[in-house]
Design a protein around this ligand. Sequence first.
Ligand code: COA
Length: 247
Amino acid sequence: MSEILIEQIDQVLHISLNRPEKKNAITQGMYSTLASTLNNAAGDFGIRTVVISGNGKAFTAGNDIMDFMNEEITLTSPVFHFLKALHDFPKPLIAAVQGNAVGIGTTMLLHCDLVFAAPDAIFQMPFVTLGLVPEAGSSILFPRLVGHAKASEIFLTGRSFDASESLTMGLINSIEDTPLERALSVAAMIAKQPPNAVLNTKALLKSGSHIAIENVMLAEGEMFRIALQSDETQAAFMAFMTSRAKG
Ligand code: COA
């Protein structure tokens, strides 16, 4: 079974992360498929909105830590192709989140146009705890959303926050018992709107900061890549893998 499932329902494309036994941790291979799926959807007149979700109990536990340990990440790695595809995606992108949304599982939501989350959703960006730095433009997008003080607290402590706090922040649109159902239904509603007006409105909403965010993403990417090799990060990854191996 593929680790990324893609299904088209009328004019809505539904992408689901399908690696539930690893909490949908995303490998470089999965990023490649996600990037090409988004890039193809961008140019496909038959697709008007995209929904992204995760199968199983978690949305995603973020980047696969084994991949981080085993593969050299460069600015041409699939993860960065995915981030670029996400940032440039011209059509409405709607996320449905349940359970854990760690690392890129939270930062990708800052690029989504609408987000629906289950009451059990838990968001976390533990980059500093892992010896890393924020990614995916989150070092500009997150403080812009919540203010510098709150963003600093969350990034520097690495603490998680729940669905109700994410609603207060404006990270999500609403808390839903069945977030995927709600995401698909709103996606179908938007897909019926005049398509050019939808595209133009999304472009306008993002126009003020598109290039600034792209520049921040490049700077973050370079610092993240270097931090991955650091002793702090290697020790944190090793501690995670060892704790899981012990059960
Ligand atoms: N990379 C690789 N494997 C991961 C993973 C990740 N990011 N997150 C979870 N897994 C694996 C675990 O190793 C475990 O594998 P195993 O069953 O073969 O031992 C399996 O997924 C289930 O995870 P587990 O930790 O047992 O689930 P949990 O419900 O107790 O905890 C999380 C869920 C998400 C809180 C926890 O898995 C976690 O903190 N993961 C790491 C998140 C992270 O730091 N991501 C990187 C951000 S840059």
